[in-house]
Design a protein around this ligand. Structure first.
Ligand SMILES: [Fe+2]
Length: 231
C-alpha cells in the first residue's frame, strides 16, 4: 500500500469512529516525530503494540481485502500465562461494505466481536478439525450475547448493531460489512498479531508500505523500523 493511501484511510476511519461519538485515547494523536522524541516514555504503548493498524494482508487490494484497526489496550503474554494483572485487550475496527477480513483462527486468543454501529456485521464460520484445519462438515458452537448458537459449517452469522459473538481459539472466522460500513469492537484475551493468526490462505498480517509521502501517524507495524534507537 502507498503511505498516501494509508493516510487517507486513517483520516476516513477516524472520522467514521468519531461519527459514533467513540473517542480514541490521546496517544492516537501523536505524530511520528512526537513518538520518536517520547519513545522512552511511550515504551509501554510501543511494546504492547497499541495504536493504528491498517492492513491489506499484503495483497494490495484494500477495498476488497482489508481491515482498519486501532488497539486501545493490551496486556502481555507473560501476564496471561501467569494468570495475573492485565490478561485482556481491546480494539476498535472498521469493516467496510463487502471488505473481507480473511478466514483465520487464533491459537491463544479468545475474542468477543461486537457490532458497535453502522451496518450489519457478517461472520462466516467453521470449526477446526483435530489438527486445526477447517472442518468443512462440523457444526460451529458459539455464544452470542449469552445465548448458545449452533451454526452449520460455513454458515454466515449476521450481527445487528449492539450484538456480539464470542469466538474461541480454533473457531475459524472471516467477516465483512453487510450492506454498508460497520464499526466493530473487539474485547479479547491478550493479543499478539505477530504470532497468533493462522490464515486459511497464505497471507501476511500487515501491509507492505511504499513511502510516497510522510506518515500522518505511525502504524504498529512501523514501530520497529521508525522508533529504533539511532546511533
Ligand atoms: Fe480474529
Amino acid at each position: 500500500m502507498k503511505r498516501s493511501e494509508i493516510n487517507r484511510i486513517l483520516r476516513e476511519g477516524h472520522d467514521f469512529i468519531r461519527s459514533f461519538s467513540f473517542h480514541l485515547p490521546g496517544f492516537a494523536r501523536l505524530t511520528p516525530d512526537q513518538m520518536r522524541e517520547r519513545r522512552v516514555e511511550l515504551s509501554g504503548i510501543i511494546s504492547s503494540r497499541l495504536g493504528w493498524d491498517i492492513t491489506d494482508y499484503g495483497q494490495n487490494d484494500f477495498e476488497n481485502l482489508g481491515l482498519f484497526l486501532f488497539t486501545c489496550r493490551n496486556g502481555s503474554q507473560r501476564d496471561m500465562k501467569r494468570g495475573g494483572t492485565m490478561c485482556y485487550a481491546e480494539k476498535i475496527m472498521i469493516s467496510r461494505r463487502d471488505q473481507i477480513s480473511p478466514m483465520h483462527r487464533h491459537i491463544v486468543k479468545s475474542e468477543d466481536i461486537i457490532n458497535r454501529g453502522g451496518a450489519r456485521l457478517a461472520l462466516k464460520m467453521f470449526s477446526s478439525d483435530k489438527v486445526g484445519n477447517i472442518d468443512s462438515k462440523a457444526e460451529v458452537l458459539v455464544i452470542t450475547d449469552g445465548f448458545d448458537r449452533r451454526l452449520s459449517a460455513g454458515e454466515t452469522l449476521l450481527l445487528a448493531p449492539g450484538e456480539s459473538v464470542t469466538l474461541k481459539p480454533g473457531n475459524w472466522h472471516a467477516f465483512w460489512g453487510e450492506g454498508g460500513d460497520v464499526l466493530i469492537g473487539e474485547v479479547s484475551s491478550v493479543n499478539d498479531d505477530l504470532t497468533d493468526n493462522i490464515f486459511a490462505d497464505p497471507l501476511g498480517r500487515f501491509a507492505e508500505i511504499e513511502e510516497d509521502e510522510a506518515p500522518l501517524h505511525l502504524l504498529v507495524s512501523d514501530y520497529d523500523k521508525w522508533l529504533a534507537p539511532q546511533g
